[in-house]
Design a protein around this ligand. Structure first.
Ligand SMILES: [Mn+2]
Length: 437
């Protein structure tokens, strides 16, 4: 889902039961009223013991803890990425790089880890474009690679297979015998059908001969002259094979093995500098080290504000990190109007009642809806927690009325459940002794 389609609903820092419950239940109400978006409640810090207990009682999962709204690499990366294996041919990678205008093709192993990259932005990419084959044939490409890449047919099965030395490919012609220095033992000879060339290749102990001709019969005709040198047939001209040779180079021989990556959990703005000085899109790895996307300048520049609804606070110092980059959609609160400043006009629902949970409960009724038993229990617990079981000076008749109603929905006795909620707030009863000390 696109990030801007997710609307976060967040309470204040150091969340209490009212902040956690209001975020959770307001998100569930919004979700029902607006199914086109996804409303996700957040906790800006670890929940306290009372909050944990309350959610457990209601059988509702606690909201995710996330103190910082600023997007992570995983949230803004491009998850569409095409890869090749190290055994693939350069042709496969070129198809992706040029055909799809990618700035990087990650080379992955069977486990999804990145072992290298190919990128037209790297110096290695000269191999991708130049055709001066003698410079690197034999270094980056061997006989077996060529046979495999072009599916060459073997013409003389009885001849023993020969391992080419990591030497050269030699392009021969009919008058080859006159140029005696051209073939060295272990060379692979590329030739038009020529008995003279084959005899010479045999005499010079070439590793193999590739006969190039559109016609297989023609190629077979002179094959016998090769003696026990392996002969393969390429359906096409010498020129056609020669110019195509670089495409057969295995990816493992041209990929860059020193490269930068980023992790899904890193904050996007913190890798911006790395992105700015890296000429290719950065491969993105998840926690397990598997490739899950790429992160390029396009993603780094993406600056869509994150929509958010704030509940149970109206103070700049209590709100989420990354608030400046967020787009506040709504504020639901029962405190005084504080110093939160928004960029755009925003719906504010501030009511002088005992808890934000009371307002959320009223919003249900105003929308013609009824909270389910779990939501009612959560809201009731939050009202009790914030009003100290309807005894605090901030308690209003609305809180009392709403609490009574919620107790019925939740099928709980208000006084009994109320005492239980307050007991859970007493750290001397439930707190970790080590932490109290
Ligand atoms: Mn509150």
């Amino acid at each position: 889902m696109k990030r801007s389609k997710v609307i976060f609903v967040a309470g204040h820092q150091r969340p209490d039961a009212d902040a956690a419950v209001s975020a959770c239940v307001a998100a569930r109400l919004k979700q029902r009223l607006d199914p086109a978006h996804r409303y996700q409640p957040l906790l800006l810090g670890e929940p306290n013991a009372q909050t944990c207990w309350l959610f457990e009682q209601a059988g509702v999962e606690l909201p995710t803890v996330r103190p910082d709204l600023r997007p992570t690499v995983g949230e803004v990366m491009n998850p569409r990425v095409s890869t090749v294996s190290a055994q693939a041919r350069l042709a496969d990678a070129l198809h992706l790089l040029q055909g799809h205008r990618f700035s990087v093709v990650p080379v992955v192993d069977a486990a999804g880890g990145v072992v290298g990259i190919l990128s037209p932005a790297l110096p290695q990419s000269q191999y991708l474009y130049h055709f001066n084959a003698e410079d690197y044939l034999g270094q980056l490409l061997d006989y077996a690679d060529v046979v495999r890449a072009f599916k060459l047919r073997r013409l003389n099965r009885r001849a023993p297979a020969s391992d080419a030395r990591p030497g050269s490919f030699v392009i021969a012609h009919a008058e080859i015998a006159r140029h005696r220095t051209q073939i060295h033992p272990g060379d692979v000879v590329i030739s038009a059908p020529s008995e003279a060339a084959l005899r010479y290749a045999c005499a010079r102990r070439a590793a193999g001969v590739i006969i190039c001709d559109p016609n297989e019969t023609e190629a077979r005709r002179c094959c016998r002259a090769a003696g026990d040198v392996p002969v393969h047939w390429f359906r096409g001209s010498v020129m056609a094979l020669a110019v195509s040779l670089p495409l057969a180079i295995p990816v493992r021989n041209t990929m860059a093995t020193e490269f930068h990556t980023v992790k899904t959990g890193q904050r996007a703005d913190q890798v911006r500098e790395l992105v700015a000085r890296t000429p290719y899109a950065l491969p993105v790895l998840n926690e397990q080290g598997r490739l899950v996307g790429v992160f390029s300048r396009r993603e780094a520049l993406q600056n869509e504000p994150q929509p958010i609804i704030l509940v149970d606070h109206f103070e700049r110092t209590q709100t989420v990190l990354g608030f400046e980059q967020a787009e506040v959609r709504e504020i639901i609160d029962h405190h005084r109007v504080g110093n939160l400043e928004t960029v755009h006009p925003v719906r504010v629902d501030c009511r002088p009642v005992g808890s934000t949970a009371t307002i959320v409960a009223c919003q249900f009724a105003e929308a013609g809806l009824k909270p389910d038993a779990a939501e009612a229990l959560l809201l009731l617990g939050a009202i009790i927690s914030d009003t100290l079981l309807l005894t605090s000076p901030t308690t209003t008749d609305i809180d009392r009325k709403v609490a009574g109603q919620l107790a019925r929905y939740a099928r709980r006795d208000l006084a009994v459940f109320g005492r239980e909620v307050l007991r859970r707030n007493d750290e001397l009863v439930d707190g970790d002794p080590a932490r109290l000390v």
